[in-house]
Write a protein that binds this ligand. Sequence first.
Ligand code: SF4
Length: 467
Amino acid sequence: MPICILDRGVGGAGRAVESAGSHSVVARCPVGMLAAMPPTPPPTPERDEARIRDRGDACPGALRLHAADDGRLARLRLPAGRLTSRQVEVLATAAESLGDGRISLTSRGNAELRGLAEECGAELAALLAEAGLLPSPTHERVRNIVASPAAGLDGLGGPEVQLWARALDGLLCAAPWAAALSGRFLFVLDDGRGDVAGLGGDVTLVAVGPESALLYVGGLALRVRGADAPRAALAAAGAFLDAAREAGNGAWRVRELPEGHAPDVAGALDRAGIAAEPVPAGESLLVLGQPLAPGPLGATALYVLAPLGRLTAAQLRALLPAEEIRLTPWRGAVVVGAAGPDRLAALAAPPYGLITRPDSPWAGVSACTGRPGCAKSLADVRADAAPGRTGLPVHYSGCERRCGHPHGTWVDVVATADGTYLVDGVPTARTALPEAVATARTAPPPAVTTARTKSATPTTTATTTTR
Ligand code: SF4
């Protein structure tokens, strides 16, 4: 069953566009420059060509630290980006006492600590476990759950998906077989506003009020009861693992399954006792909406963005007091239980300098780690990233892997070996970067605003690394 994807994004389409379901990546490049479109790591198979994975994924976790040029890196999965006040304190303390004092926010709403000493793994694990941030050591890397961060706060979507995220996390951690999922397998839970539906989930749930949810897996769409939604998502993940085993290609993600090996989601739901009905093609629209804009969020919350996706320990602590914090896939934090212009003004002012307005020159500007933290980087992209005119999101990458790039429509800035950059594929001197990026961010997008998945068969087109 084809799924129609309606993009309500800022630019509608163009530039770098990633569609949910098919997960195809299309970069906006000048005509004739399609050969310069983003490559992916490792090399992307042709569409409908199965990827052969001959090893497990190497995604870092809280227990599996990655050796980077600036020390060890720990990636902490936070289902729905959620942190309690106590966990905020622990994370800030861990960053200060064990790392480089900063917390990186990822494009999946997770948190990373960098600059960790080689031998600090046990101490870090103990700190995190004590704060309830490591509920299952065997499952810590598979708790990849993104949920609409403003759900239940601003009147645009009910609170269900936040509850589903917690339930799904509990189910995942309680299922021994689920530990076999790759660290890249992603659950996306959208409250109906479409803000996270386009983030390329392997299993996507879209709430249709509190009573019902649409379940999307590959090219399939099924309607399930809201009360069954978390169990349905887990069953779908099980169907994927079965299909991957049968396919024998070591697929990490649904789109990597070869043709003819679509997961038997309906069968898995049936075996789990979950009622499901197919969604007619005309009703399976997956609506893609806007990311959250920084500022007040309803009467009881606010939303801020971290400049270039990093918070110091002091900036993280400044979000307290709060009922809870929800880190977002756009490298921000929803502060639940905090409202009012005074609070926003305090977070925007020195020494914190958080982004609190959508028209901030730093809003929508992101960058990968770059030099000196990443050995692959060809430039210090974080130093070269510049504030500018608001418009499309822009992402600066130190190499063609484009780690942590945004989803949807964005301006692609990639360092090259000769000390220059490519801006949407156009060679650009470093000195000309601010103007070129500003122009690209405000250029009118192409007219195409919809995309349709190719077929009911999951495709094998891969995206760049997501975090
Ligand atoms: S995109 Fe950036 S962080 Fe990723 S490998 Fe390249 S230089 Fe490193």
